[in-house]
Ligand binder design. Structure first.
Ligand SMILES: [Zn+2]
Length: 69
């Protein structure tokens, strides 16, 4: 399961949570103060944009591999 980063607005602490991707936006209890208003930080997931609007996947455009030898 992926690791997500959260930040607690009550105690300003940041912490990581390992949870299913589908539950990434579910409220998680802050391990420091117990608040459930923690906000998920922007992580690598969803910022690269490789999962949305595909079509230009990097494929092996140069067919002649092994040219170094
Ligand atoms: Zn907290």
């Amino acid at each position: 399961m992926p690791i997500f980063e959260y930040r607690c607005p009550d105690c300003q602490q940041e912490f990581d949570e390992i949870r299913p991707f589908a539950d990434r936006d579910e409220p998680v209890s802050c391990p420091h103060c117990g608040s459930r208003r923690s906000e998920r930080k922007i992580s690598l997931f969803g910022t690269t944009g490789w999962s949305s609007g595909g079509g230009s996947a990097p494929s092996s455009s140069c067919g002649g591999h092994g040219g170094f030898t």
